[in-house]
Design a protein around this ligand. Sequence first.
Ligand code: ZN
Length: 127
Amino acid sequence: MSEHDNCPCGTGLVWLVCCGGYLLNKRVALTAVSLMRSRYTAYTLKDEAYLLATWHVSTRPSVLNLAEDDARWLGLKVLHDELVDDRHATVEFVARYKIAGCAYRLHETSRFVLENGCWFYVDGEVR
Ligand SMILES: [Zn+2]
């Protein structure tokens, strides 16, 4: 990914000023929705370390094995984001992807928690 490429998360911003800053550990996501977008981008780049680092310890898997995942991510649309209270937020989104030429869409509401100034992904409910 070149720093001037458009960010995969679909904001229309270039990679470095969008999710790139988070994935390269230059900035911390200040909102649940920006963390969610950066995690989508991490899936497109198979950045397993970033995904695990932003996954809450209570639900974090030990490995993801993204190298064996054939999904090709096509786009993200954030439908709704909501601050539940000052430490909890939800983000509803649709992510489109293809596996072996077949198109799929993932419609999920993800839950996030703020701890020590950092947002973490907790879990998601598929719609
Ligand atoms: Zn982005």
